[in-house]
Design a protein around this ligand. Structure first.
Ligand SMILES: Cc1cc2nc3c(=O)[nH]c(=O)nc-3n(C[C@H](O)[C@H](O)[C@H](O)COP(=O)(O)O)c2cc1C
Length: 212
């Protein structure tokens, strides 16, 4: 067996730790977050320090880093001020548009307009969702965890989800994974599609015994 190399995090700087974490905890789902500024301007940006952490209560988590001068990114600022955000899911058809939303535009720029996308008003929140995204989860800020000086984890309570009609069986609450065509973030500038999706049901002890 190939031996493993140990990296002691106490001996590494923040950049080195970051590179090892984003290169190993993969693929990460991408939250394409839409918010409204207190003045009512639309903002959109991708965040891959992101996951669904609980279904009951339904909680999503976003990890947001401050800018180098410690000022808040627009997403963090808007959530702090309005207490609302929407997580749009990124599919393969929208990866380039999502990447345009990561350009460090000043707060007055509407990233959706820059990316040629369309905003639809929220149902349970005031901030809009992205019309082109296959899924949008409307959230109310639940809790913000301050991690040191430069990062925060924002927990959002999911109030409602919009799912494109062709990929959801509304009777069985089943989402067609191939139709969703979600994209994940890998290390560096890498991304992964979910087109090599496969099924593997969980096993009971009895089923596991029969397999041996
Ligand atoms: C795929 C992808 C994932 C990203 N994930 C994060 C993240 O988890 N945390 C973060 O602070 N920035 C992340 N970024 C960078 C932000 O999207 C970028 O700083 C953006 O300009 C922030 O926009 P805002 O100021 O409108 O919120 C990511 C960028 C990309 C392209």
């Amino acid at each position: 067996m190939t031996p493993h190399r140990l990296f002691d995090f106490s001996q590494l700087n923040a950049r080195e730790r970051y590179k090892l974490l984003i290169g190993t905890v993969v693929p990460r789902p991408i939250a394409w977050v839409t918010t409204l500024s207190p003045e009512g301007r639309v903002n959109a940006a991708p965040y891959s320090f992101f996951n669904c952490l609980s279904a009951d209560p339904p909680i999503l988590a976003l990890g947001v880093e401050n800018h180098d001068d410690m000022s808040f990114k627009d997403t963090a600022h808007n959530i702090r001020m309005t207490e609302e955000f929407t997580v749009n899911i990124v599919d393969f058809a929208n990866v380039e548009a999502m990447n345009i939303c990561a350009v460090p535009f000043p707060p007055e720029v509407d990233e959706l307009e820059m990316a040629g996308l369309h905003a639809i008003p929220g149902e349970k929140v005031r901030c809009p969702r992205i019309a082109e995204a296959p899924v949008a989860l409307e959230c109310r800020r639940h809790l913000t965890l301050e991690l040191g000086r430069s990062r925060e984890i924002i927990l959002g309570l999911v109030l409602a989800v919009h799912i494109r009609e062709d990929i959801v069986d509304a009777e069985r609450f089943y989402v067609d994974q191939q139709g969703l065509d979600a994209v994940g973030r890998m290390g560096g500038h890498g991304y992964a599609s979910t087109r090599d999706y496969f099924d593997m049901p969980s096993l009971s002890v009895e089923q596991w015994r029969k397999m041996r």
